[in-house]
Design a protein around this ligand. Structure first.
Ligand SMILES: CC(C)(COP(=O)(O)OP(=O)(O)OC[C@H]1O[C@@H](n2cnc3c(N)ncnc32)[C@H](O)[C@@H]1OP(=O)(O)O)[C@@H](O)C(=O)NCCC(=O)NCCS
Length: 156
């Protein structure tokens, strides 16, 4: 498996992965696409970094991250998604390792991730827990009534 910066041709592979990710609502896929377009148009100048995972010539996942504006050394991992057919094969782990190394190399000291409290995100929460992220805050009913925002952090 190779992890490399996203190129314009990868968008056609990433959109079906996003659309086939049951955890993501259509509006979230729209926002993810806007971030992809901003990265493809402006590169990292716009604040977004995107790396894709390629396995046997096929894109199987991606991670989008960036320095949090108006902070010193705080970064967000905005999105990480792995093709349903390729989950639990260490793709997400490898993508997060690469993002964390890049953040560390850029002088980052703190990574923040936001996710949802609903049962559908249980595997996602297990993934972040396994990657060493800890829950530091919860905003009740943030996404909708009964769907809290969970904020996780990892200190580098
Ligand atoms: C979360 C996600 C990125 C994980 O990617 P992945 O490639 O399947 O995860 P990995 O194989 O690298 O798993 C690493 C570790 O996380 C934990 N983990 C991952 N998926 C898990 C699951 N379904 N159940 C329990 N633990 C899990 C395990 O400890 C695993 O290590 P192990 O396989 O050696 O036991 C993937 O499931 C996904 O795309 N989910 C939907 C999108 C999403 O929720 N994205 C995050 C919100 S922005």
């Amino acid at each position: 498996m190779t992890i490399r910066p996203m190129s314009p041709q990868d968008k056609a592979s990433l959109l079906p992965i996003l659309n086939n990710t049951p955890e993501f609502k259509p509006i979230e896929v729209e926002v993810a696409e806007e971030v992809i377009d901003a990265y493809l148009a402006h590169g990292t100048d716009y604040g977004y970094h995107i790396e894709v995972a390629e396995d046997d010539g096929r894109v199987v996942g991606y991670v989008a991250y960036g320095e949090t504006p108006c902070t010193e050394g705080t970064w967000d991992i905005y999105w990480i998604a792995v093709d349903k057919a390729n989950r639990r094969q260490s793709v997400g782990k490898t993508l997060s390792d690469v993002a964390e190394k890049a953040i560390r190399d850029a002088g980052g000291r703190l990574i923040i991730i936001e996710t949802s409290s609903i049962p559908m995100y249980e595997n996602t929460r297990k993934f972040y827990h396994a990657r060493g992220y800890e829950v530091i805050a919860k905003i009740p009913d943030f996404y909708s009534v009964g769907d809290d925002k969970i904020i996780l952090q990892k200190k580098l």
